[in-house]
Design a binder for this molecule. Structure first.
Ligand code: NAP
Length: 272
């Protein structure tokens, strides 16, 4: 089966397509609409957005206009990192539902364990309040799966200690040379699928000479190696592009498998 339509299975049985299409820094309006439309036409069936990206409405419109059945597209969105409060989490989810206008969300994530300006500070109480709201949203069927993003081991543990429904996903910065082994192992050991955001290092991995040397063995690009590498590690990559040629290339990764020696070469890189 092609990677684009192949799925991972979350702990609750929900199937999630193995490559997601990222939309961070894609401008609200026509740019998002066109990028998501191009991705859906090329066969992507998993779109990653967030309230904070201000493009949920354009993602929703592109999906509605695509002619695809709602159940054939997997949509992830996120609660803003600044919201650490039960009532505000529920209210913001309602806003997200109105923006997307798709009837339900497939995966809803807490965007980060701390507001962006307070990275690393302890917001455990707020995260637990958010998680109670997430459990309510999940139990009423408005999100088919719930999870977290940017959570370190201690942040995951705090949620697990109190959760009625355990998080199904942790979406983290994960790319060649930056694979967060402790977070990845802890998440996977506790049943969470790890999603790789910035799988191309927000573009910094493109043309990297060490990755290029591996890519040359297979006649592919550095982007294709970066995406294939994540899949071979059982992680779910979320590449982003507004360039139709790149959108096409980033899903064209079924014609090669990175061999064990090259995987070791990539494992040994330290990049940020
Ligand atoms: N949860 C979080 O906190 C969080 C944080 C960051 C990102 N994310 C998610 O992860 C997604 C991906 O991460 P990202 O946005 O940081 O970027 P990325 O996918 O790592 O890299 C995107 C950059 O690479 C370029 N690119 C893509 N494909 C290419 C190709 N085949 N050849 C050459 N250049 C290529 C893009 O430019 P072109 O558009 O010109 O192709 C863009 O500049 C986000 O969009 C978002 O959905 C989540």
């Amino acid at each position: 089966m092609a990677t684009l339509t192949d799925t991972y299975t979350l702990t609750n049985g929900v199937q999630i397509p193995k490559i997601g299409f990222g939309t961070w820094q894609v401008a609200p309006g026509q740019e998002t609409y066109d990028a998501v439309t191009a991705a859906l036409k090329l066969g992507y069936r998993h779109i990653d957005t967030a309230y904070a990206y201000r493009n949920e409405a354009d993602v929703g419109r592109a999906i509605r206009d695509s002619g695809l059945k709602r159940e054939d597209v997997f949509v992830t969105t996120k609660l803003p990192a600044e919201i650490k409060d039960y009532d505000r989490a529920l209210d913001t989810f309602n806003e997200t539902m109105a923006h997307l206008d798709l009837g339900y969300v497939d995966l809803y994530l807490i965007h980060a364990p701390w507001p962006w300006g307070k990275r690393g500070e302890d917001y455990t109480e707020g995260n637990l309040a958010d998680w109670r709201a997430f459990e309510e949203i999940y139990n009423t069927g408005r999100a088919r799966a719930i999870g977290i993003s940017n959570f370190a081991v201690k942040d995951m543990q705090a949620v697990l200690d109190h959760a009625q429904v355990a998080p199904m996903v942790n979406q983290i910065h994960w790319s060649i040379g930056y694979t967060e082994p402790e977070i990845t192992k802890f998440a996977q050991d506790h049943g969470m699928l790890v999603e790789a955001y910035s799988p191309l290092g927000t573009g910094r991995l493109i043309g990297n000479k060490d990755i290029q040397a591996v890519a040359d063995h297979y006649g592919v690009s550095t982007a294709q190696v970066a995406i294939r590498y994540a899949i071979q590690k059982q992680v779910l990559p979320l590449p982003r592009s507004i360039n139709p040629d790149h959108i096409k290339a980033n899903q064209d990764i079924d014609g090669f498998t990175i061999n064990a020696e090259d995987m070791q070469t990539l494992d040994a890189l330290h990049l940020r």
